[in-house]
Design a protein around this ligand. Sequence first.
Ligand SMILES: [Zn+2]
Length: 324
Amino acid sequence: MATAQMDFLQNQLQVRKQRLEMVITETPDDTGLNALLREVDSALERLAAGTYGLCETCHDTIERDRLLADPLIRYCLDHLTRQERATLQRDLDLASEVQRGLLPPPGLKVDGWETSYHYAPLGPVSGDYCDLYPSGGQLYFMLGDVAGKGVAASMRMTQLHALFRSLIGMGLPLEEIVAHINRLLCDSGLAGQYATLVCGRARRGGEVEIFNAGHLPVIALQRGRVQLLESTGFPLGMFRDALFSAAHLELSCGDMLFLYTDGLSEARGESGEYGVERVTSLVSGQTTGCAAGVISACLEDLRGFAGATPGMDDLTLLAIQHAA
Ligand SMILES: [Zn+2]
């Protein structure tokens, strides 16, 4: 582990030691607190001896993120005690429930738009972000992918969810919202936790404004013709002063937008990678389909393509169709 992180952990342990000692002077007989203090002392001894951060069962390095979150842990993920395993599972189940609770209602129909989505985390939680948010007679839609996996990425996803919904609620122009969230992510000090993202605003009459910040191309199916809306900006959270520009579309009744994460385009099968081209040709064949029909056709094609090859990433698909 880097020296800076070791210094940080040593400091964290010292702070805990001081706090515990202060409380113990008031309640010297508290066995729980005394046991905690012994654990902190033992961690400080391991630091001095150079054995800190090594699993006590296999002597391999303990996962860095876990140590930074809890400097007292003594076992790697493979060698947790039964009780630690149960606690971790409960935390993950809860995080998963919280994340599911943030998803928009399935089959949402609102303000001249019909929608359908499929959200499938690889593990209990996901770094994929998917939201539909009607506000001021317009439908806002967001789909993104946070770099990295697991709990850290899922927390970034929940942050995006809250930021978009609160800024949309303030009635700001979408361009300002995107720029604002980009700066907030840059300032939050989690380097490397950027997010590729598509966000858009659909008006009742079919006008759509859409931003693609470093994400895969959005597929627009208009009067039977396919158009790819490629990325026009950097992912959010990468460059503080990045500019974002919108594409504008006029959708007629039956026209559709199809958004997806790399869990689809980078899915593997025996013949290689699924690829954006296959997504595009599949969607372009769905000229008479409804939003839900396109999602299920896509899932069926993916199942056929991947066969027995297991998915390697979170998978999110979103279809938005202009209805009368
Ligand atoms: Zn171990």
